[in-house]
Write a protein that binds this ligand. Structure first.
Ligand SMILES: [Zn+2]
Length: 127
């Protein structure tokens, strides 16, 4: 099973999130410790009470803008209701629920999975 990385949309790019910590004093201390340990990491954003860290050299993957709004979707795998952004390779109204990510990840590389379902963090399992 491949691991599906999580992305955050910023300035029209999907940037891979390397780590996230709660935006609390404890989370900030952990994020700072991680960045000291791994100098190539920097703060990508603070969003939804999370501190998101990314590789400072990661220029991201271009997204078509404007990003679709977050809306309710039907999981294309199990039929459950979920929230996400429309991905052009999915039928309108369909997305992917969190529970189905491990199942759908089997047999695909992360980039193949992204071409089918969109970017984790942006189109499904959203931040
Ligand atoms: Zn599902």
């Amino acid at each position: 099973m491949s691991t599906i990385p999580k992305y955050f949309a910023i300035q029209g790019k999907a940037v891979e999130v390397q780590a996230s910590y709660p935006d609390t004093p404890e989370g900030t201390a952990l994020a700072n410790a991680r960045m000291e340990e791994q100098p190539g990491l920097g703060v990508l954003a603070v969003h939804a009470d999370l501190i998101l860290l990314a590789d400072v050299k990661d220029l991201g993957k271009s997204l078509s803008l404007p990003l679709p709004k977050v809306s309710y979707k039907v999981c294309s795998c199990c039929g459950a209701a979920t929230q996400g952004r429309q991905w052009p390779n999915r039928d309108k109204g369909f997305g992917l629920c969190l529970e189905c990510v491990p199942f759908t990840a089997r047999g695909y590389t992360a980039s193949e999975h992204a071409s089918i379902y969109g970017y984790r963090g942006i189109h499904f399992d959203i931040f």
